[in-house]
Design a protein around this ligand. Structure first.
Ligand code: ATR
Length: 279
Protein backbone atom coordinates (compact mmCIF):
# COMPACT_ATOMS: atom_id res chain seq x y z
CA UNK A 1 0.00 0.00 0.00
CA UNK A 2 1.27 3.46 -0.91
CA UNK A 3 2.64 5.44 2.04
CA UNK A 4 1.62 9.09 2.18
CA UNK A 5 3.99 11.79 3.39
CA UNK A 6 3.64 15.56 3.51
CA UNK A 7 5.37 18.77 4.40
CA UNK A 8 3.15 21.33 6.11
CA UNK A 9 3.77 25.06 6.48
CA UNK A 10 2.69 28.58 5.57
CA UNK A 11 3.95 29.48 3.01
CA UNK A 12 4.80 26.05 1.58
CA UNK A 13 5.25 26.61 -2.16
CA UNK A 14 9.04 27.14 -1.84
CA UNK A 15 9.66 23.87 0.04
CA UNK A 16 12.16 21.55 -1.64
CA UNK A 17 11.43 18.64 0.70
CA UNK A 18 9.02 16.83 -1.69
CA UNK A 19 11.51 16.94 -4.57
CA UNK A 20 14.22 15.57 -2.30
CA UNK A 21 12.09 12.81 -0.72
CA UNK A 22 10.18 11.77 -3.84
CA UNK A 23 13.48 11.25 -5.64
CA UNK A 24 14.65 9.02 -2.75
CA UNK A 25 11.38 7.04 -2.72
CA UNK A 26 11.87 6.33 -6.40
CA UNK A 27 15.59 5.60 -6.01
CA UNK A 28 14.95 3.04 -3.24
CA UNK A 29 11.92 1.54 -5.05
CA UNK A 30 9.47 2.58 -2.31
CA UNK A 31 5.77 3.01 -2.99
CA UNK A 32 5.51 6.39 -1.31
CA UNK A 33 4.84 10.02 -2.13
CA UNK A 34 5.37 13.36 -0.36
CA UNK A 35 3.05 16.32 -1.02
CA UNK A 36 3.13 19.95 0.03
CA UNK A 37 0.15 20.81 2.20
CA UNK A 38 -0.56 24.44 2.91
CA UNK A 39 -1.87 24.85 6.44
CA UNK A 40 -2.36 28.52 7.23
CA UNK A 41 -0.89 29.93 10.43
CA UNK A 42 -4.22 30.34 12.23
CA UNK A 43 -5.74 27.08 10.98
CA UNK A 44 -3.33 24.51 12.37
CA UNK A 45 -5.89 22.58 14.40
CA UNK A 46 -8.38 22.11 11.54
CA UNK A 47 -5.54 21.45 9.08
CA UNK A 48 -4.15 18.71 11.31
CA UNK A 49 -7.53 17.06 11.74
CA UNK A 50 -7.78 16.85 7.94
CA UNK A 51 -4.28 15.38 7.92
CA UNK A 52 -5.38 12.72 10.46
CA UNK A 53 -8.06 11.62 7.98
CA UNK A 54 -5.50 11.33 5.19
CA UNK A 55 -3.74 8.36 6.81
CA UNK A 56 -0.23 9.77 6.74
CA UNK A 57 2.88 7.68 7.37
CA UNK A 58 4.77 10.81 8.38
CA UNK A 59 5.27 14.48 7.67
CA UNK A 60 7.69 17.36 7.96
CA UNK A 61 6.71 20.55 9.71
CA UNK A 62 8.06 23.91 8.69
CA UNK A 63 7.59 27.58 9.60
CA UNK A 64 5.39 28.74 11.38
CA UNK A 65 4.14 25.46 12.91
CA UNK A 66 7.28 23.92 14.45
CA UNK A 67 6.39 24.97 18.00
CA UNK A 68 2.62 25.22 17.68
CA UNK A 69 2.24 21.57 16.63
CA UNK A 70 3.50 20.18 19.94
CA UNK A 71 0.13 20.06 21.79
CA UNK A 72 -1.34 18.03 18.90
CA UNK A 73 1.24 15.23 19.12
CA UNK A 74 0.90 11.99 21.09
CA UNK A 75 4.59 11.73 21.97
CA UNK A 76 7.78 13.81 21.77
CA UNK A 77 11.35 12.56 21.77
CA UNK A 78 13.55 14.07 24.53
CA UNK A 79 15.66 16.36 22.28
CA UNK A 80 12.66 17.86 20.49
CA UNK A 81 11.03 18.33 23.89
CA UNK A 82 14.09 20.22 25.16
CA UNK A 83 14.29 22.30 21.97
CA UNK A 84 10.55 22.94 22.07
CA UNK A 85 10.15 22.49 18.32
CA UNK A 86 9.33 19.63 15.95
CA UNK A 87 10.17 19.33 12.25
CA UNK A 88 9.48 15.62 11.73
CA UNK A 89 6.45 13.53 12.70
CA UNK A 90 6.26 9.75 12.48
CA UNK A 91 2.69 8.34 12.37
CA UNK A 92 2.50 4.85 13.84
CA UNK A 93 -0.83 3.10 14.32
CA UNK A 94 -2.59 6.44 14.62
CA UNK A 95 -0.02 7.83 17.10
CA UNK A 96 1.91 10.93 16.07
CA UNK A 97 5.46 11.05 17.42
CA UNK A 98 7.45 14.30 17.10
CA UNK A 99 11.18 14.67 16.49
CA UNK A 100 13.53 17.52 15.72
CA UNK A 101 16.12 16.64 13.08
CA UNK A 102 17.16 20.27 12.41
CA UNK A 103 19.79 20.52 15.15
CA UNK A 104 21.07 16.98 14.62
CA UNK A 105 21.03 17.52 10.85
CA UNK A 106 23.11 20.64 11.33
CA UNK A 107 25.54 18.73 13.57
CA UNK A 108 25.94 15.84 11.12
CA UNK A 109 26.64 18.23 8.25
CA UNK A 110 29.15 20.08 10.38
CA UNK A 111 30.97 16.96 11.62
CA UNK A 112 31.38 15.79 8.04
CA UNK A 113 33.56 18.84 7.37
CA UNK A 114 34.93 19.46 10.85
CA UNK A 115 35.25 16.36 13.04
CA UNK A 116 36.99 18.04 16.02
CA UNK A 117 34.43 20.49 17.34
CA UNK A 118 34.25 19.72 21.07
CA UNK A 119 37.21 21.90 22.04
CA UNK A 120 36.65 24.53 19.33
CA UNK A 121 35.57 27.82 20.82
CA UNK A 122 32.19 28.28 19.18
CA UNK A 123 30.09 31.32 18.50
CA UNK A 124 26.43 31.51 17.47
CA UNK A 125 24.90 34.58 15.83
CA UNK A 126 21.17 34.83 16.54
CA UNK A 127 18.76 33.46 19.14
CA UNK A 128 15.64 32.39 17.22
CA UNK A 129 14.22 28.91 16.68
CA UNK A 130 17.07 27.75 14.46
CA UNK A 131 19.69 28.95 16.95
CA UNK A 132 17.88 27.11 19.73
CA UNK A 133 17.99 23.75 17.93
CA UNK A 134 21.67 24.17 17.05
CA UNK A 135 22.76 25.48 20.47
CA UNK A 136 21.03 22.68 22.40
CA UNK A 137 22.33 20.03 20.02
CA UNK A 138 25.92 21.29 20.28
CA UNK A 139 25.64 21.39 24.08
CA UNK A 140 24.14 17.87 24.09
CA UNK A 141 27.00 16.65 21.88
CA UNK A 142 29.56 18.05 24.36
CA UNK A 143 30.94 21.22 22.78
CA UNK A 144 32.55 22.93 25.78
CA UNK A 145 32.04 26.61 25.02
CA UNK A 146 29.37 28.19 22.86
CA UNK A 147 29.03 31.98 23.10
CA UNK A 148 26.04 33.80 21.62
CA UNK A 149 25.36 37.28 20.25
CA UNK A 150 21.99 38.63 19.27
CA UNK A 151 20.38 41.96 18.42
CA UNK A 152 18.02 41.42 21.40
CA UNK A 153 20.22 40.44 24.34
CA UNK A 154 17.30 39.26 26.50
CA UNK A 155 16.51 36.55 23.93
CA UNK A 156 20.10 35.29 23.99
CA UNK A 157 20.00 35.17 27.80
CA UNK A 158 16.72 33.27 27.73
CA UNK A 159 18.29 30.77 25.32
CA UNK A 160 21.23 30.19 27.65
CA UNK A 161 18.95 29.73 30.64
CA UNK A 162 16.69 27.27 28.81
CA UNK A 163 19.53 24.94 27.78
CA UNK A 164 19.23 21.67 29.71
CA UNK A 165 22.75 20.47 28.82
CA UNK A 166 26.05 21.63 30.38
CA UNK A 167 27.96 24.22 28.28
CA UNK A 168 29.93 27.43 29.01
CA UNK A 169 28.22 30.42 27.40
CA UNK A 170 28.95 34.17 27.35
CA UNK A 171 26.28 36.43 25.92
CA UNK A 172 27.33 39.59 24.09
CA UNK A 173 26.07 42.42 21.97
CA UNK A 174 26.82 42.46 18.26
CA UNK A 175 29.30 45.37 18.57
CA UNK A 176 31.41 43.49 21.14
CA UNK A 177 31.11 40.27 19.16
CA UNK A 178 32.59 42.00 16.12
CA UNK A 179 35.67 42.91 18.15
CA UNK A 180 36.17 39.46 19.69
CA UNK A 181 35.32 37.33 16.65
CA UNK A 182 39.01 36.47 16.17
CA UNK A 183 38.91 34.26 19.30
CA UNK A 184 36.55 31.71 17.74
CA UNK A 185 37.37 28.62 15.71
CA UNK A 186 33.75 27.98 14.75
CA UNK A 187 31.21 30.69 13.93
CA UNK A 188 27.59 29.78 13.13
CA UNK A 189 25.17 32.26 11.54
CA UNK A 190 21.55 31.31 12.32
CA UNK A 191 19.50 34.41 11.44
CA UNK A 192 17.70 35.01 8.15
CA UNK A 193 19.83 38.10 7.42
CA UNK A 194 21.54 37.77 4.05
CA UNK A 195 18.88 35.49 2.59
CA UNK A 196 17.64 36.16 -0.94
CA UNK A 197 16.51 38.75 -2.04
CA UNK A 198 18.40 40.93 0.52
CA UNK A 199 21.72 39.32 -0.28
CA UNK A 200 23.89 42.33 0.61
CA UNK A 201 22.78 42.32 4.25
CA UNK A 202 24.87 40.85 7.03
CA UNK A 203 24.09 40.55 10.77
CA UNK A 204 27.73 41.11 11.77
CA UNK A 205 31.01 42.52 10.38
CA UNK A 206 33.52 39.77 9.69
CA UNK A 207 36.71 41.89 9.59
CA UNK A 208 38.21 40.29 12.73
CA UNK A 209 37.55 36.65 11.85
CA UNK A 210 40.58 34.39 12.36
CA UNK A 211 42.36 32.88 9.36
CA UNK A 212 41.48 29.18 9.27
CA UNK A 213 38.31 29.62 11.37
CA UNK A 214 35.29 27.63 10.21
CA UNK A 215 32.32 29.87 9.38
CA UNK A 216 28.97 28.28 8.73
CA UNK A 217 25.72 29.89 7.61
CA UNK A 218 22.40 28.02 7.74
CA UNK A 219 21.15 29.97 4.69
CA UNK A 220 21.42 28.15 1.35
CA UNK A 221 19.78 30.74 -0.91
CA UNK A 222 22.09 32.33 -1.98
CA UNK A 223 24.67 29.57 -1.79
CA UNK A 224 27.24 32.11 -0.62
CA UNK A 225 25.91 34.82 1.71
CA UNK A 226 27.74 38.09 2.33
CA UNK A 227 28.98 36.80 5.67
CA UNK A 228 30.53 33.75 3.97
CA UNK A 229 32.10 35.88 1.22
CA UNK A 230 33.61 38.24 3.80
CA UNK A 231 34.84 35.35 5.95
CA UNK A 232 36.41 33.61 2.95
CA UNK A 233 38.22 36.83 2.04
CA UNK A 234 39.80 36.71 5.53
CA UNK A 235 41.04 33.14 5.02
CA UNK A 236 38.21 31.33 6.81
CA UNK A 237 36.79 27.98 5.66
CA UNK A 238 33.09 28.31 4.90
CA UNK A 239 29.97 26.14 4.72
CA UNK A 240 26.51 27.09 3.52
CA UNK A 241 23.14 25.71 4.69
CA UNK A 242 22.79 22.93 2.10
CA UNK A 243 24.29 20.30 4.41
CA UNK A 244 21.88 21.15 7.23
CA UNK A 245 18.92 20.94 4.86
CA UNK A 246 20.08 17.64 3.36
CA UNK A 247 20.91 15.99 6.70
CA UNK A 248 17.69 17.07 8.44
CA UNK A 249 15.89 15.45 5.51
CA UNK A 250 18.09 12.34 5.62
CA UNK A 251 17.39 11.87 9.34
CA UNK A 252 13.64 12.29 8.74
CA UNK A 253 13.82 9.74 5.91
CA UNK A 254 15.62 7.30 8.23
CA UNK A 255 12.89 7.68 10.87
CA UNK A 256 10.17 7.03 8.27
CA UNK A 257 11.80 4.29 6.20
CA UNK A 258 14.44 2.74 8.49
CA UNK A 259 17.28 3.44 6.03
CA UNK A 260 19.79 6.29 6.13
CA UNK A 261 19.69 7.56 2.53
CA UNK A 262 22.37 8.60 0.04
CA UNK A 263 23.15 12.18 1.07
CA UNK A 264 25.40 12.81 -1.96
CA UNK A 265 22.41 12.16 -4.20
CA UNK A 266 20.19 14.40 -2.05
CA UNK A 267 22.73 17.20 -2.09
CA UNK A 268 23.11 17.03 -5.87
CA UNK A 269 19.34 17.08 -6.30
CA UNK A 270 18.97 20.17 -4.10
CA UNK A 271 21.82 21.95 -5.87
CA UNK A 272 20.23 21.23 -9.24
CA UNK A 273 16.95 22.69 -8.00
CA UNK A 274 18.75 25.79 -6.80
CA UNK A 275 20.50 26.14 -10.12
CA UNK A 276 23.88 25.96 -8.39
CA UNK A 277 26.88 24.24 -9.86
CA UNK A 278 29.21 23.43 -7.00
CA UNK A 279 29.54 24.30 -3.35
P1 ATR B 1 13.98 31.31 13.22
O1 ATR B 1 12.95 30.58 14.02
O2 ATR B 1 13.95 31.01 11.76
O3 ATR B 1 15.35 31.22 13.81
P2 ATR B 1 13.24 33.84 14.43
O4 ATR B 1 12.77 33.15 15.66
O5 ATR B 1 12.39 34.92 13.87
O6 ATR B 1 13.52 32.84 13.24
O7 ATR B 1 14.72 34.42 14.75
C1 ATR B 1 15.38 35.19 13.86
C2 ATR B 1 16.77 35.62 14.40
O8 ATR B 1 17.24 36.61 13.48
C3 ATR B 1 16.77 36.27 15.77
O9 ATR B 1 18.01 36.05 16.39
C4 ATR B 1 16.61 37.75 15.39
O10 ATR B 1 17.09 38.67 16.34
P3 ATR B 1 16.10 39.24 17.49
O11 ATR B 1 16.04 38.16 18.52
O12 ATR B 1 16.77 40.47 17.97
O13 ATR B 1 14.78 39.50 16.81
C5 ATR B 1 17.50 37.82 14.19
N1 ATR B 1 17.15 38.97 13.36
C6 ATR B 1 16.05 39.11 12.60
N2 ATR B 1 16.08 40.30 11.96
C7 ATR B 1 17.25 40.92 12.33
C8 ATR B 1 17.90 42.16 12.00
N3 ATR B 1 17.34 43.01 11.14
N4 ATR B 1 19.09 42.43 12.57
C9 ATR B 1 19.68 41.57 13.44
N5 ATR B 1 19.12 40.37 13.79
C10 ATR B 1 17.93 40.06 13.25
Amino acid sequence: MRKNFAVIGDPIEHSMSPIMHNDLFQFYGLDAEMKKIHIKKDFLQSGLSELRDMNMAGFNVTVPHKQAIIPFLDELDPLSKAIGAVNTVVCENGRWIGYNTDGEGYLKGLLKQLPDIKQRRTFIIGSGGAARGIYFTLAHYGVEQVDICNRTISKAKALKEACPYPVKTNIMEIALAEKTLGEYGLIIQTTSIGMSPKIDASPIQMSNVMEGAFVSDIIYNPLETKILKDAKAKGAITQNGIDMFVYQGALAFEKWQGVFPDTTRMRQNVLTQLGGLTC
